[in-house]
Design a protein around this ligand. Structure first.
Ligand SMILES: [Zn+2]
Length: 103
């Protein structure tokens, strides 16, 4: 008669508790999307005044449909954005720039 010996092989489960230092390391990570600050193109070029006659330049600040590009997209500073909108509106008034583009 053979007696089955209860070979209870207890697998030594390595109690790997999470290292508390590993979690703290990722807390002070750099900001992902706010780091890159676009500089105002007029400030960097030191443009004295924005002319309404400079159509090719103004067109850079219009969307596909002829709308004025928002500051958050173009990166223009507040002062120059104000000048730019005025210039675009003047240019529109004498039909240098379209009010709206047909789709
Ligand atoms: Zn500026």
């Amino acid at each position: 008669m053979r007696s089955a010996s209860p070979a209870s092989s207890t697998a030594s489960s390595a109690a790997s508790a999470k290292d508390p230092r590993a979690a703290a390391a990722g807390a002070a990570s750099e900001r992902k999307f706010f780091g890159r600050r676009k500089a105002c193109r007029f400030c960097t070029d030191k443009v004295a005044g924005i002319s309404y006659k400079d159509v090719s330049m103004l067109r850079n600040y219009l969307t596909e449909r002829g709308k004025i590009m928002p500051r958050r997209l173009s990166g223009t500073c507040a002062r120059h954005q104000r000048e730019l909108t005025l210039a675009i509106k003047r240019a529109r008034n004498i039909a240098l720039v379209a009010f709206t583009e047909e789709r």
